[in-house]
Every structure is written in structure tokens, then in C-alpha cells.
Design a protein around this ligand. Structure first.
Ligand code: CAO
Length: 403
């Protein structure tokens, strides 16, 4: 017996567009099996079958506009098939999403809910490529899409772009202005995103008493005949190198298998520079072999070059550990993102004058906040706490370096 399957009551919507067909002629379908996906301006929804049977004729195609009681398809009901459920009169559980059409072939062969399809589209994932489908009757679940993304990391940067496009219609809420990202910001954004999503970051916070160091630095600047101004960053670089030699894992990278550490016997320190073109990280090569004055001079030269966008490849390559100093600006602490393939980065915030207990009384001390982010696959919490404590020790009395 033939049965015409019609569009049930679709709530307030008078007309919706067919965006996906999920069955083809000859398919045997069951009650509640999704037949097609329709979409209005605000919602998309799957329309289920009200009967069991074999699809003999399809009355709609992708792009058609349909409404309540429009014919969807003709089913041949199998003999001795009893429809135990009454036809769905009304579809209330609309998934409030915006979907975009897939090709007819995809629609038929791939079983996934509109929300999963939408998620996959936003992430730039082709559902056809997902072979691990863990839902009932081989349906693709959101988890399957996520697992696919995790295993195919290349997709990630494209995803970001696609997601941005989908969310770009802010003009309906008020005035907006488009500002293209600079080339450098785009590239560093992709790297930061990849690093943040692939490396398990932990940040260890600490502080160093730099009262004596600051006295020494300011005094040196006052009496020096050189034009080179010493900022605290050069002392921090020198101290970091000293500590890196004691904790070699911080000066390493994981190899591509993720099973071996590559310990580097050279000390090239990157430092983040804020420029109008975006964030740049020039590198002070062989910092262990340079004096604090030489390091200061290089900071000045390289940051000037960065601000004129004139750094060359050798200025930015080969760093083994990076420092990001926001101390000249402010803030108490932050979580810097590792400059991959390195395994740790030191964030430095603004020195603050604090009352510190010396076992008898509070004394005013200049405290430098340190934020050490590390790759937890390589470095554990105890090691990072020891690294920060040792660094803090050296900064509190830099003379220890020459012992
Ligand atoms: N606490 C207090 N004052 C500090 C300080 C700190 N931790 N660090 C620097 N200062 C002071 C300096 O002593 C200097 O003061 P004076 O002019 O009175 O001597 C002033 O702040 C400016 O220093 P500077 O920024 O010129 O020099 P620097 O060596 O400290 O830093 C550089 C150089 C290139 C790192 C810095 O200019 C810069 O670009 N910082 C931003 C880095 C950044 O954006 N990081 C974020 C990365 S993640 O997005």
C-alpha cells in the first residue's frame, strides 16, 4: 500500500527550505528516521518519517520551499508492517542553528544531526572523511568530529578563519568597522593557537626580591659613560641562562615522535617585542657568552629593528627559551604561551614595592613578579617550582652568578 508522507506542523514557520535529503529511492526506512533537513532564517530541523516502508518516489529536491502538508515522498508500506507510532503532528524540538546545504550525495550517505553538521562545517571538516562513526546506525556524533580534528591538527587554523566568517555579521546589532589583521599578527595568531591547543601548559607564579639589583642597576646607569642603558631585562636574561644550565630540560625541545628530548647546548634567548606590526620575538644568540652590557645593547638594537619591521631571518630563528616582559607596562602576573618548539617561557611583570616580613619586622622590598609557563609533558611542577625559586634567588643577589 502506498503512503504519501507530508510535512507535519512546523510550528510558527510558514515556509522552510529543503537543504538536505537524507534518503533516496529504494531505501527502506523506519518511523522517526530523518528524511530531510529543512531550514528557515533562524532554525534548521530534520523531518522524520511517520511511517515504515520503502521509498518509491521523492517529491522534493534541495532548494525547494515547503510548508505544512507539502508532499515529501511516497512510501510503499510493507505488508505486515504495523506502524505502532502515530505520525508526528508537530515538530517542536527545533535545533536552533544555522545550517548550510551539503551536496545531495553527501546528504544521503552521511548520517549526522544538523547540529553536528553545523559544527563540522564551522570546523572545516568534511563529514565524508570521518570514518570513525560511533553513533547508532553509524551516525556521526559531535565527539567523532572532535576526535577527527584532534587527529588532523592541520585543520585547526582553517577552522578559525571559517568560524570567524560565520560569526561576522555583527552589523545587525550596531555599527562596526573592519580592521584587517597584520600579516605578522595572522601568522603569530596561528602559531599561538596551535601551541595553545597542542601543548599542555601550566604556569608557575613566583616573585624575586630585586631591591639590591635595582640599586645596582640604577647606580650603574648613573655612573656609566656608555650610552647603553641597562634595563632589568638584560639582568633577567643573564640570570635565566645561568639557571637554564642547571635545569637543562628547560632548554630543550621534544622531537617529532614526542618520545625524545633534544637538549640544546647553546643558549639563544628570544624576547617578545611589542610593535605596531604585531608581536615579534628577536633572539639574542649565545647569551651565556655575552656581558650584561652587550645583552642590553642587543635588546636595544633588536627591538629598534623589530619596531621598524626590519628583522631578518637570522634575528628571529633558533631561540631555545623565550622571555616576555610586560614589566615596562604593568600588571601583576600573566600566563605566557610557550614559543613552540621550546618547552618553557618566562613572563615578567612590573616590579612592585611590597612590605616583606624579615622575621622581626616588615621591610619595604622591590618584588619582581615571575610567571613561568611550561610544557607539562616535559617539565613537572616540582621542577618548575625549583627553577623559579633558583631564578628568584639569583635575581635577589646577582653576585651568586660569579661564584
Ligand atoms: N618592572 C618595572 N619597571 C620595568 C620593568 C619591570 N619589570 N621592566 C622594565 N621596566 C621599566 C624600565 O626600567 C624602563 O623604565 P625607565 O625608562 O624609567 O628606565 C621602562 O620600564 C621601559 O622599559 P623598556 O620597555 O624600554 O625596556 P625593557 O628592556 O624592559 O623591554 C622590550 C624591552 C623590547 C621587551 C619592551 O620594550 C617590550 O616591547 N615589551 C613588551 C613585550 C610584549 O609585548 N610581551 C607580550 C608578549 S605576549 O603578547
Amino acid at each position: 500500500m502506498k503512503k504519501i508522507i507530508k510535512v507535519p506542523n512546523i510550528g510558527d514557520l510558514s515556509e522552510v527550505e529543503v537543504i538536505e535529503l537524507m534518503v533516496k529511492i529504494g531505501d527502506t526506512i523506519k518511523i522517526d528516521q530523518s528524511l530531510l533537513v529543512v531550514e528557515s532564517e533562524k532554525v534548521s530541523m530534520e523531518i522524520p518519517s511517520s511511517h515504515n516502508g520503502v521509498v518509491r518516489e521523492i517529491k522534493v529536491k534541495v532548494g525547494d520551499k515547503i510548508s505544512k502538508d507539502s508532499q515529501i515522498l511516497i512510501l510503499e508500506e510493507k505488508e505486515n508492517t504495523i506502524n505502532i507510532q502515530s505520525p508526528p503532528e508537530e515538530l517542536n524540538n527545533f535545533s536552533k542553528i544555522n545550517s548550510l546545504p551539503l551536496s545531495l550525495e553527501d546528504s544521503i550517505n552521511i548520517h549526522a544531526s544538523p547540529s553536528v553538521r553545523k559544527f563540522a562545517r564551522e570546523m572545516g571538516v568534511d563529514l565524508k572523511k570521518i570514518t570513525l562513526r560511533t553513533g547508532p546506525k553509524n551516525r556521526i556524533l559531535k565527539e567523532d568530529v572532535k576526535n577527527y580534528i584532534l587527529k588532523n591538527k592541520k585543520i585547526s587554523s582553517e577552522n578559525m578563519k571559517k568560524k570567524e566568517c560565520l560569526f561576522s555579521d555583527f552589523s545587525k546589532f550596531g555599527n562596526i568597522e573592519f580592521q584587517p589583521l597584520s600579516h605578522i599578527t595572522k601568522i603569530s595568531g596561528q602559531n599561538l593557537y596551535r601551541t595553545w591547543t597542542t601543548i599542555p601548559h601550566v604556569t608557575q607564579f613566583d616573585e624575586a626580591d630585586v631591591t639590591e639589583l635595582e640599586k645596582f642597576r640604577k647606580n650603574s646607569n648613573n655612573i656609566s659613560e656608555s650610552d647603553t642603558k641597562l634595563t632589568i631585562l638584560s639582568f633577567i636574561i643573564k640570570s635565566v641562562v645561568y639557571i637554564l644550565k642547571k635545569y637543562p630540560k628547560f632548554n630543550s625541545s621534544l622531537d617529532s615522535s614526542g618520545e625524545n628530548l633534544i637538549l640544546k647546548k647553546y643558549y639563544h634567548i628570544g624576547f617578545a617585542v611589542d610593535t605596531k606590526y604585531g608581536l615579534m620575538v628577536p633572539v639574542i644568540k649565545n647569551a651565556d657568552q655575552k656581558t650584561i652590557t652587550q645583552i642590553s645593547q642587543e635588546i636595544i638594537n633588536l627591538s629598534k629593528k623589530a619596531r621598524k619591521n626590519m628583522l631578518n631571518l637570522s634575528n628571529i630563528q633558533g631561540s631555545t627559551f623565550t622571555i616576555s616582559s610586560l614589566g615596562g607596562i604593568g600588571g601583576t602576573a600573566f600566563t605566557p604561551i610557550i614559543n613552540s618548539p621550546e618547552v618553557a617561557i618566562l613572563g615578567v611583570s612590573k616590579i612592585v614595592l611590597k612590605p616583606v616580613w624579615d622575621n622581626t619586622k616588615f621591610i619595604p622590598r622591590m618584588m619582581l613578579p615571575l610567571s613561568l609557563s611550561y610544557d607539562h609533558r616535559v617539565i613537572d611542577g616540582a621542577m618548575s617550582a625549583n627553577f623559579s625559586k633558583s631564578l628568584s634567588n639569583i635575581l635577589s643577589d646577582i653576585r651568586k652568578i660569579i661564584l
